[in-house]
Design a protein around this ligand. Sequence first.
Ligand code: PEP
Length: 249
Amino acid sequence: MRQRLVAANWKMHGDRAFARQLMGQLKTSLSALDKEAQVVIIPPAQLLADVSDLAKGSSIEVGAQNLAQWESGAFTGEISAEMLADVGARYALVGHSERRSLFAENDDVVAAKVARVLATEMKVIFCCGESLAQRESGSAQAVVDAQLAAGLREVSSGQWGKVIVAYEPVWAIGTGKTASPEDAQEIHAGIRVALKRLGAPEDDVPVIYGGSVKESNARELFAQPDVDGGLVGGASLDAQAFAAICRAV
Ligand code: PEP
């Protein structure tokens, strides 16, 4: 059975007091959550060590939003995969549309980052998704397939168990617009076909949905047969809303 998973992308939000308060609330409200659903908190990098400590004693795991594409060296300001794993990260996001568009991360950078994550004990949450223009022109699936083929090209046959795909239509991220459950299901099913083409073992890779997931739409999205959970931005900054989304998975 595929892992079900809900991940919280805090983006560039939160200080230590916020992390303490939110993690306290989440640990209480998620204590009864079904163990088959993995909850991952992805805070900004300066909070990783704190959030890992705060998550102790719960089943919540912690992830990084970004990493360097290099192993180590003279790269001022960068943080390597090994360093992130050392402070408790067990997952790392790669290919998020904000990294692709605001920081010009191309397929080569994305593929290198995937390889760096998989060289550690961390799992990668690989993000892909089409723009509004691409959806309207009917090329959503082709765009996603191309991102998967380019970004995951260095995944070896033994590493697929450490890959999670997040389908995040760019037009739905932070906009309040969400893909309909049917549209999400259609792309997720297509992603499974593409993953098989890339050599992933049949049906083993979790595929989660991101893009304005909230309490009011989570249950219907997560009920789709190929939607294994969610990547949640805005709504993950509210403990009650995020806990409700986790309970819907
Ligand atoms: C995201 O940042 O990956 C995301 C899906 O954000 P939001 O839930 O705010 O759309």
